[in-house]
Structure formats: structure tokens, C-alpha cells
Design a protein around this ligand. Structure first.
Ligand code: BGC
Length: 380
């Protein structure tokens, strides 16, 4: 009898244990099947999290087991009581916050419409050419990311454009240029970066080589790469935002109509000032020549390269491709440029991106531009 009673007690104990295990399991299962383990007000976010984070689906008792700290009972805003394991919960909430913000970005990127082909409200703009402080300009454009990078917040840009600016001794122009270009480009709803490529040595200025360097260095700064390159003199400011900073199927000469040149094109093949080329066009012509030291000729050389590769220059209407030029001293023209030009078609493959050599001093991200500083010494 005593033996039978003990067996009965044992069975009862076993039943209680099984019942307890079942309750715990069901509670866990309930969690697993969809009831939040802790209170999150936005159920849509929670659903996304569950899909992408397997650990989030763990039954509660496993989550509790993982916790190193004691649990505490709390009451949420709507009166729901829920159990917290502070240590684990904090960790989870942190991951969740990261996850949600990542998810939100993804959703935004996916659901953002592609920007209009022709953005709204484009037209003539004025230029402020008075001297200004760079610090002052920097404060004006908080929406520009460090390095001078920008992408439109409400739509996916159609064009990814690197603006390459050869530079030396023109500090007075830099602030004026950035102050004009950022709002101009933002209005066009393109994704862009501004690269100021400075020659550090004292050799004659080599605009073309600096543009080749800008091309190479800007690509390193962009995961996936830029598709379009606009080679831009720092002393030219566009005066009509319908002059789109994008790259069409053929290279585009942008600065066709400059005030200092009386708004007339000096000759048909001119490709200097501001010009746009796609990644493919620029690599097919082997970039610019590296051999033009001093003023002039490098853009004419590019014209010959383009012709050789069966490209032709396109332009906007003269009333749209309008620029104003900032004042500066004239540089000495390169007397060798005519001889060099005669050799272009023979030297194209042996002179350009394929033979580019330079010593990089630094690549620094400033708020409104990326500064590429290089030694390109003629004698080296
Ligand atoms: C030079 C070019 C320059 C053009 C317009 C030509 O003589 O070779 O480099 O862009 O003049 O000023």
C-alpha cells in the first residue's frame, strides 16, 4: 500500500513537471508564433524584424536563459505587463534599433521614386562673385555630406556625377565656387561629389594631368563608382540650372557661352572650361594627355582623342550653356602645344590614364569638397 502511495505521488509529481514544462513551452510557442516578447508599438516594424532576425523568434524561456541578469516586471504604456531581462533586452533593443533604422533606409531606397528626368523649377540663376569666407559657406549647406557628397533626400538620383576641379593658387575662388555649385547641383537632383585636385609642386600647371588624377582618385571614393565626370575650371560659374550636370551619349561641352568671351563659341572643336564625359567615353580615349604643361592645348588634344574614337561634341543651346568667369591673372600659354597636338593620334595609347604617374600627398575630406593633393613634377 505504502509502495502504491509512493508510486502515485511520483506520478503526480511527474504530471506537475510535465504540466509546468508544457506551460513554459506554450508560452514560448506563443512568443514564437507572434506575440511580442516585449512591447513594441509599431507592429509592422516588429514583423520585419522577425523575418530577418532568427534570434528574435526564440521562445521566451530560451531568451531568459541567455540573460545574465535577473528579470524585472514592467508595465508598458497601454498597461501591458511584460518581463524584461535588462541586460539582454538592452542588447536586443539596440540591435533592433539598428535593424529598424537599416530597414527604414532600405525601404526608403527601394520605395523612393526615381527623380524626374527634368527636375522642377530650373532656369536662370544669379552668381555671387564677392569675396567670402569658406567657414561661412560651410555653415550654409548642412545637407552636404563630408567630402562634398550629396544625394537627393526624396528621390533616387538618375545620375552619379563626380565634379573634378583642377586647382592651384586660387583660394580666393574656392569659397565662391562651392557657394555657387552646391545649391546649383542640389537643385538638379543628382548624386554628386566635388573633388578639388591640387598640384602641390612648382612645375608649370598641368590641368589635364590633374583631371586624370581626379578621375582615378574620385573612383576610389565611390563604392560602385561614378558614371559621369564633369571636368570643371574653378573660375566658371553656370548661370542656368537647365544646363544639366549629367553625361549624355556623346561628350558634352558645357561652357559654350561665357561672358568674358562675349557669349560666343571661339571655334567648333573647343572642349575647355567645363566638359562632361561618361566613364566609358573617358576610358576609351585613355583620359587626357599628361604632356601639356602650362596653359592651353590639353582640351584640343581631348577633342582629337574623341574624334579618333568616333565621338563628337554635343552642346546645349547657347542661351542655356551660359557661364560667368571669375577674375584672375592670365597664365602663360604653353608654346609646345601646337607640336604636341600634331602627335595626339599617334600617342593616344601611350599617353594618358595608362601612363599616369603621381605622388599622392593626401586625400582629405572637407565638409564641402574632397581635397586631392598630388605632386606631379615635370622632371619626375
Ligand atoms: C587653347 C585651348 C583653350 C582655347 C580657348 C586655345 O588656343 O588651346 O586650350 O581652351 O584656346 O581659350
Amino acid at each position: 500500500m505504502g509502495c502504491g502511495r509512493r508510486a502515485w505521488m511520483l506520478k503526480l509529481l511527474l504530471l506537475v513537471v510535465v504540466a509546468l514544462a508544457a506551460v513554459e513551452y506554450l508560452f514560448g510557442l506563443r512568443t514564437y508564433l507572434g506575440t511580442p516578447a516585449f512591447n513594441i508599438t509599431q507592429s509592422t516594424i516588429e514583423t520585419d524584424v522577425r523575418k530577418s532576425q532568427p534570434w528574435f523568434n526564440l521562445p521566451l524561456f530560451i531568451q531568459n536563459t541567455l540573460s545574465q541578469n535577473s528579470t524585472q516586471s514592467m508595465t508598458g504604456q497601454n498597461g501591458t505587463e511584460y518581463v524584461r531581462t535588462p541586460h539582454l533586452l538592452n542588447k536586443i533593443m539596440e540591435s533592433l534599433r539598428n535593424l529598424v533604422s537599416e530597414d527604414t533606409t532600405q525601404v526608403n531606397e527601394q520605395s523612393m521614386p526615381v527623380c524626374d528626368e527634368v527636375p522642377p523649377d530650373l532656369g536662370p540663376v544669379t552668381a555671387n562673385k564677392t569675396e567670402m569666407e569658406l567657414d561661412w559657406v560651410e555653415k550654409k549647406y548642412p545637407e552636404v555630406d563630408s567630402g562634398g557628397f550629396y544625394s537627393p533626400p526624396n528621390c533616387t538620383a538618375r545620375h552619379k556625377v563626380a565634379i573634378i576641379v583642377p586647382f592651384r593658387d586660387r583660394h580666393q575662388h574656392l569659397a565662391i565656387f562651392l557657394n555657387h555649385m552646391h545649391p546649383f547641383l542640389m537643385k538638379q537632383q543628382i548624386e554628386y561629389g566635388i573633388f578639388i585636385v591640387e598640384q602641390n609642386d612648382t612645375s608649370a600647371f598641368n590641368r589635364a594631368k590633374l583631371m586624370n588624377i581626379g578621375f582615378v582618385e574620385s573612383q576610389k571614393k565611390k563604392p560602385g563608382g561614378w558614371q559621369c565626370f564633369i571636368f570643371h575650371d574653378i573660375d566658371l560659374l553656370p548661370l542656368d540650372s537647365r544646363n544639366l550636370y549629367s553625361c549624355p551619349e556623346q561628350p558634352r561641352h558645357m561652357s559654350a557661352s561665357i561672358d568674358k568671351l562675349k557669349f560666343t563659341l571661339p571655334y567648333d572643336g573647343i572642349f575647355g572650361g567645363v566638359s562632361a564625359m561618361t566613364l566609358e567615353q573617358f576610358t576609351k580615349v585613355n583620359g587626357f594627355s599628361n604632356r601639356y604643361w602650362g596653359w592651353g592645348g590639353e582640351d584640343d588634344d581631348m577633342f582629337h582623342r574623341m574624334k579618333k574614337m568616333h565621338y563628337h561634341i554635343t552642346r546645349y543651346n547657347m542661351s542655356i550653356a551660359v557661364y560667368t568667369m571669375l577674375d584672375h591673372e592670365e597664365s602663360a600659354p604653353n608654346p609646345k602645344r601646337f607640336k604636341l597636338l600634331l602627335e595626339t593620334s599617334k600617342t593616344l595609347e601611350k599617353d594618358g590614364l595608362s601612363t599616369l604617374k603621381y605622388d599622392l600627398v593626401h586625400v582629405e575630406q572637407h565638409h564641402l569638397y574632397t581635397h586631392v593633393l598630388a605632386n606631379i613634377d615635370e622632371r619626375s
